[in-house]
Design a protein around this ligand. Sequence first.
Ligand code: ADP
Length: 357
Amino acid sequence: MWWHDCDDLRSKNGELWQLFHTRSTFVRDALMTTLQHIGVLTSGGDAPGMNAAVRAVARSAIYHNIKVTGISEGYTGLLEGKLTLLNSRSVSNIVNQGGTFLKSARCMEFYKPEGRAKAAEQLRESGIEALVVIGGDGSFTGATLLAREQHIPVVGIPGTIDNDIYGTDFTIGFDTAINTVQEAVDKIRDTATSHNRLFIIEVMGRDAGYIALYAGIGAGSEEILIPEKSRDIDYLLHSLNRSDRAGKTSSIVIVAEGDKSGGVFELAKTVEEKLPGYSTRVTVLGHLQRGGRPTCADRVLASRLGVAAVDTLRDGTSGVMVGLRDNRITLTGLEKACKETPDMDPELIRVADIVSI
Ligand code: ADP
């Protein structure tokens, strides 16, 4: 059970080394002495910056004389043998591209042990000794099971616009998404101001309100509704009344998809009923939030995590996710990264409340 107990330990940390040394001598020795070939795939929801992460994994492997195979379409492509040996030119001119050139997919077969056994067989037949999985918590759950059942060394890289992965301050794609949302809200504000309107804007985040909170603060929204802090319709009405008394003639309310107050259309209906003075419009930003060229912050994060993933496997460590905490590379047990939910920082909520008066 070598992947267990690897929790929130910093890389190159003596304790971590000891842990894996005692628990996984076999895996560590195999990786350190013979790691010759790794695979990399992107899985689940795509996120800007995934390309930069694949590029970093590929070039870091090649730099260390390790063969690297790109697996197309996530676990589906792995099962179907969609494998391509990468060289350093295969990943040229993608650092600035959104999406993922390896493509991503959702794979039902991988939910079953037989599917994962078939995936392991594909890897073994192709001589791929370890796998780097770039994705969200679903992809990491699959990777954890593949490691546990099939003893395939895996390292995860957090790639999701939602920023909802435990063990890292930021996930790849989040920075680009909040900049995209901020720009969209800035544009909506122009029309809101011109017509004295209230705009209720839905942003992505089924389980997490990070996009709403960051973009809401950045775009100067009057109210932000997120799943982590339930604020009902009465709170919103009170807040809008306060804005009105404070002399605001237009308002922006940002609502995360997963907010529990009934959805943006219902909110708009209730506001119009209870506050007839408001002319209300709803905008659902939708999939445009996933697209676009990754920001510099996302490209740098992806590059750092890609290199760290290969370093981690070369160190003989697996069953972990590489992340960034306090601007330092950290390792978190993959299982913990899937199961735990990062805490929403109350300081951010306080800042949002204060600056919106
Ligand atoms: P994300 O990685 O963005 O959270 P998903 O939740 O869709 O995206 O997961 C991506 C893929 O990971 C799934 O299509 C499936 O192949 C695999 N996966 C997700 N959850 C599990 C699970 N519980 N068991 C096995 N595989 C899983």
